[in-house]
Design a protein. Sequence first.
Length: 372
Amino acid sequence: MKSPLDRAALDAALENVHRAGMPGLFAEVRDGDQVWRGAAGVAEVATGRPVSADMRHRVGSVTKTFTAAAVLQQVESGRIGLDAPIGRYLPKLVPGERGDAITVRMLINHTSGLAEYLPYAYSSLRAFPDLAETGPRSLDDHRFTRFDPAGLIKMGVTAPAVGAPGGAPGLYSNTNYLLLAQLLEQVTGTTAERYITRNIIERAGLPDTAFPVGPYVDGPHSQLYEAWFGMIDPPRDYSVYDMSWVGPSASLISTVADLNRFYGLLLAGEIVSPPSLAQMQRTVPIISQEGKPIDYGLGLRSMESPGRGSFWGHGGTVWGGGTLAMTRADGKRQMAVAVNLQRWNRLDASGKPQPHPIDDALATLYRVAMYG
């Protein structure tokens, strides 16, 4: 009987991403009981230390699915109203008419109209203001900065709105998920990180998934190389970084195996109830941080392919690292990929990222991994 996983094709596709310019990457693909794991390239450019498929990795905004699921658990318990105004719970953080107009659902699916806080500096606390001008200096300035989430939220709320509450398309914003973390703390009496750890990570049996305690990644991991559109040349290692700048919006550390287990359980209705999962899979059009239109539910992104079914999951980036985890709706086919270089595309005169061989090589890997 032929295996549903073409291991030779997966090995070749992974290696081609490395040859296209990615220092190192690793992945796990599952099809039923069949499992393939692969790694190509180096975890450390200076020493040539190789990557391996069991390495821990900063998974960025994949964290949002965990946070959204935690909120849905509290909706199930009756402590949070999915369509209740956020001002009911956090009137000081989102005051007045906006607090009355923005619902919890709008925060989870990025239709709140609240701006991304990263480029703004509307208080004495400076986040990453020069990112608005595509300058990388702030990345070094804040490697060990411990940010206050209320200060970051204030930047996003004070910044000019990017749309009306509930308007379409929505605009992806980390401000939304920092507010959801504060909401979880308000209704559970513990931090969002502790709640998610106890009620999502531990219950799902994810041994290598955790929120960082400090700026370091515990256990075997890769360096993370940030190119910032060619402005950091050669790319610089940002694997040591205080992740309070994103908190429960994008700070989780995990492995490709843990991510596939998590999404498999989620889509099987074992993390939240089937009715809650159905709410998570109700999508709206939003614009991603890369400026691309995507279909987004409650902490879940949808990817459709005619004749091949729908996939659900999330992507994530941090300074130097990237992750994409997608699971088919029936839970049988799964993919999780981690890379250790970000923003490899140089910009043209108009500021638009230019094509790079890594783009096509990654797209091919995703196709082979998801569809065979």
